[in-house]
Design a protein around this ligand. Structure first.
Ligand SMILES: C[S@@+](CC[C@H](N)C(=O)[O-])C[C@H]1O[C@@H](n2cnc3c(N)ncnc32)[C@H](O)[C@@H]1O
Length: 210
């Protein structure tokens, strides 16, 4: 099997927050998570693949603590600067690759992830790890692209899935031990591709521990 090259997220981190489309998407995803997953001040949350923390920081006022995990030290360094500048005491960063690292324990009530699952080769494995990390009563909120035709990313380096069919995501969640699923549309991204306007819907799947 040919090796899939990875994207240089450390480099992208430097300008990530300058992209209004990414900022708008993160705001919409965070609002959808607040609406559909009802985070509260008793919850310890994990934002998996948090990047520069756009979703993390939008959620932090609604939870007790939030851990921003990512494989990219560049992304986490941008977030560390924001945490220091704004003096957040309930946000921490964690260098983590669930493809290779051990899961970081079982201390979370809510796991959220935005636009990360299409980068993960083995999605059921990641969902099982989310399941292991959650306390009883915990839930996941997964935002990602609906199935797309390969035009969303200008370069499909490091892309393992061209979005997801919602029914397939639902089945993967069920077989990974989740129930009470609800999948809604969190946002529709508008992008110009080869000179033409295109729409890319993003779903939010919320599911509870069985
Ligand atoms: C498209 S960005 C999304 C960032 C952020 N969630 C947002 O919505 O702005 C994907 C992020 O997933 C991270 N990532 C990719 N593979 C990962 C892995 N195996 N474990 C943890 N993070 C990963 C990347 O470093 C990057 O920050």
């Amino acid at each position: 099997m040919s090796e899939v090259r990875e994207r240089d997220f450390d480099k992208e981190a430097l300008t990530w927050d300058d992209n209004p489309i990414a900022v708008e998407r993160s705001r919409a995803v965070a609002q959808a998570i607040i609406r559909e997953a009802s985070p509260n001040k008793n919850m310890d949350a994990l934002d998996f693949g948090a990047g520069t923390g756009l979703v993390t920081l939008a959620l932090q006022p609604f939870v007790k603590t939030i851990t921003a995990a990512d494989t990219s030290q560049g992304m986490l360094s941008v977030l560390d600067s924001k945490i220091a500048e704004q003096g957040f005491t309930n946000v921490r960063t964690m260098l983590l690759d669930l493809d290779t690292d051990e899961p970081p324990g079982t201390g979370f009530d809510l796991v959220v992830t935005s636009m990360v699952m299409h980068h993960m080769p083995d999605v059921p494995k990641v969902l099982r790890v989310f399941h292991q990390m959650l306390r009883p009563g915990g839930l996941v909120a997964i935002a990602d692209l609906d199935t797309e035709d390969g035009t969303f990313h200008p370069d499909n380096t490091g892309i393992h899935h061209l979005g997801f069919d919602r029914k397939v995501m639902q089945r993967m969640l069920e077989t990974s031990g989740f129930c009470e699923m609800k999948i809604t549309t969190a946002h529709v991204m508008n992008k110009e591709v080869e000179g033409k306007p295109r729409e890319y819907p993003i779903f939010l799947a919320v599911a509870h521990l069985k």
